[in-house]
Design a protein around this ligand. Structure first.
Ligand code: FPP
Length: 244
C-alpha cells in the first residue's frame, strides 16, 4: 500500500517508523560478553520503543529481527536468537495485548521451527483486534526474497487467469507483498553507524527518509526516537514533485 501521506498534508511526525536494530554483537563484545548477551539486551529495548510509540504519534512500527542472510551466522548464535524469539513472544504477549498493540510477522516462515510458528500465529490471533500500535516483526525476512515470493504468487494468478499481465502495475504488485496491509514507512532508522539498508523493505522504502545513527541498538532509547521523530518533522518530503 503506498504511503497515504501526500506532499503538504503530512502530520509533522512519522506515522510509520521502521528500524534496523543493529549493533547488538559489538555492544556485547565491548563488554567482553558473548554476542547473545547483546541480543538479549536488544530485546529489552524493543519494549521501551513500542511503549513510546503512541505519545510520538507512531501508529506503525516495523522492526528487523532476523534477515534471510542471518542464517549464515554460527549455529550457536542462530539457535540462541530463535530461542530468544520464542521466549520473547511467550513473555511479552500479555503486555503487548494489554497495551493494545497489534502484532504481525513478515518474512518467510518455511525455515522457522514449528513451535516458533505456533507462537507467532497465537500472538497474531490474540492481538488482531488491537489498534493502538501496529507492530510488525520481520523474521526470516529479506526484501528481495519478499519480492520473489510475491512475484511467484502473482505469476500463479496470471497463469490461472485471475489477473491479466497488463493489470500488473505499481498498485497491483504491493498487494502480493508481506506488507500488503501496511502503509509504506515514512522513516527508516538504522543503528550502529552502518549506512546501508541490508535488504530491508526494498520496495516499500522507495520514498522513506533515512536516519543512520551511531548508537548501538541496546543503547537506543525512547528519547533518541523522539529526537529522530522531531528531526523528521522538519524535513521537506516532496515524493518526486516540485513545491508550488
Ligand atoms: C543485528 O546486530 C541484530 C540482529 C541480527 C538481531 C536483532 C534482534 C534483536 C534486537 C533481538 C530481539 C528482537 C525481538 C523482536 C525480540 P548484530 O548482531 O549484527 O550486531 P553487530 O553488527 O554489532 O555484530
Amino acid at each position: 500500500m503506498p504511503s497515504d501521506q501526500k506532499p503538504g498534508t503530512e502530520s509533522s511526525g512519522p506515522r510509520h517508523v521502521a528500524i534496523i536494530m543493529d549493533g547488538n554483537g559489538r555492544w556485547a563484545q565491548a563488554r567482553g560478553r558473548p554476542r547473545l548477551f547483546g541480543h538479549h539486551a536488544g530485546a529489552k529495548r524493543v519494549r521501551e520503543v513500542v511503549e513510546a510509540c503512541p505519545s510520538l504519534g507512531i501508529k506503525y512500527l516495523t522492526i528487523f529481527a532476523f534477515s534471510t542472510e542471518n542464517w549464515k551466522r554460527t549455529q550457536v548464535e542462530v539457535a540462541g536468537l530463535m530461542s530468544l524469539f520464542r521466549r520473547y513472544i511467550a513473555k511479552e504477549t500479555r503486555a503487548l495485548h494489554a497495551r493494545g498493540v497489534r502484532v504481525r510477522f513478515i518474512g518467510d516462515r518455511v525455515r522457522l521451527d514449528a513451535k516458533l510458528i505456533a507462537l507467532m500465529d497465537t500472538l497474531e490471533e490474540q492481538t488482531c483486534e488491537n489498534d493502538s500500535v501496529h507492530l510488525t516483526i520481520a523474521l526470516n525476512y529479506g526484501g528481495r526474497d519478499e519480492v520473489a515470493r510475491a512475484t511467484r504468487r502473482l505469476a500463479r494468478d496470471v497463469a490461472e487467469g485471475r489477473l491479466k499481465p497488463e493489470e500488473v502495475d505499481e498498485e497491483t504488485l504491493p498487494r502480493y507483498l508481506d506488507t500488503r496491509v501496511l502503509p509504506d514507512p515514512d522513516l527508516v532508522i538504522r543503528t550502529s553507524g552502518e549506512a546501508r539498508i541490508s535488504n530491508f523493505l526494498l520496495w516499500q522504502s522507495a520514498y522513506s527518509e533515512y536516519e543512520f545513527i551511531d548508537t548501538l541498538w541496546p543503547d537506543f532509547t525512547a528519547d533518541e526516537l523522539a529526537r529522530l521523530c522531531q528531526s523528521y518533522g522538519s524535513r521537506d518530503r516532496r515524493f518526486g514533485a516540485v513545491k508550488a
